[in-house]
Design a protein around this ligand. Structure first.
Ligand SMILES: Nc1ncnc2c1ncn2[C@@H]1O[C@H](COP(=O)(O)OP(=O)(O)OP(=O)(O)O)[C@@H](O)[C@H]1O
Length: 265
């Protein structure tokens, strides 16, 4: 059901972001040009401090770049004022963070529909059912977050991000707090949301196995895009990351890695 019509769902051109000033200034993004595919799961990887979260936050209107343009779903995010940004995030974007950020007093179902309730938008029953089925929590919808495992809580958070049919879901280390079994469940769900529901997902991760669930992996180093892989495997991601280590030349692009068969699904 994914629509691969070739138009990116989100793009950045000439993105620059500097934190601080003078001697202590850090150039977190140093001229990034990037396209995120529509109906694709894209992973962003790179060493600690390479600018992954900054890139995601600038793309999602959570932070402002100093220069460059960001376009999401045909809208120029970089020129928006605060009110438009708030509306964009509420109406067009979904978010999943490392901490699940569920409301403890609400049930799983109430957490999932919360963004629609806040926006006073009607719940599309058929889509809600599809998301609940895909997330595999149909028998847990009446449970409160404390009655769910970490993996189940993150699947609720994923469903909450997807239920409003956002143009893009931005996921920042969505499996950072999970064991490998729960990680596999969450990643499998994110991937199915793309393959079966036509969602577009951008995910920051440190984990090569997590990245192998993506259609495409982008590599950042020192605030620059330095390489990419399509149809990654854990091994091909590890090899590309090894090529980014300082001993291999921090500024060099990773050696071309052949696209191999996909990672675990
Ligand atoms: N609010 C801030 N104030 C000052 N410096 C910041 C701020 N946010 C990020 N930085 C710096 O910008 C650079 C990029 O940070 P960013 O968090 O985007 O990297 P990252 O690749 O996501 O790192 P990690 O993998 O450790 O989460 C780092 O050097 C970081 O210290």
């Amino acid at each position: 059901m994914a629509t691969h019509d070739g138009t990116p769902i989100a793009s950045a051109r000439g993105l620059v972001k500097t934190y601080g000033s003078g001697d202590t200034a850090v150039r977190a993004l140093d001229g990034v040009d990037v396209d995120f595919g529509r109906g694709e799961l894209t992973a962003i990887m790179g060493p600690s401090g390479s600018g992954k979260s900054t890139l995601m936050h600038c793309m999602a209107g959570l932070d402002r770049s100093d220069a460059g343009t960001v376009v999401v779903d045909g809208l120029e995010v970089s020129g928006m004022g605060e009110r438009k940004l708030t509306r964009l995030r509420r109406d067009r974007l979904g978010f999943v963070f490392q901490a699940f950020n569920l409301v403890p007093t609400l049930t799983a179902l109430e957490n999932i529909t919360l963004p629609l309730d806040i926006a006073r938008r009607p719940v599309d029953r058929a889509h809600l059912d599809a998301v609940v089925q895909a997330v595999g929590l149909a028998d847990r919808l009446g449970h409160k977050p404390t009655e769910l495992s970490g993996g189940q809580q993150q699947r609720v958070a994923c469903a909450r991000a997807l239920v409003s049919r956002p143009a893009v879901v931005f996921a920042d280390e969505p499996t950072g707090n999970l064991d490998s079994t729960s990680s596999g469940e969450v990643l499998g769900f994110l991937r199915r949301s793309v393959d079966d529901l036509g969602q577009s997902v951008v995910m920051v991760t440190h984990d090569p196995t997590a990245a192998s669930y993506a259609h495409r992996v982008l590599f950042l180093a020192d605030g620059r895009l330095v390489g990419e892989l399509t149809d990654p495997t854990p091994d091909s991601v590890l090899a590309a990351l090894a090529a980014l280590r300082p001993s291999a030349g921090t500024h060099a692009a990773p050696a071309p890695v052949p696209a191999a068969s996909r990672g675990p699904r």
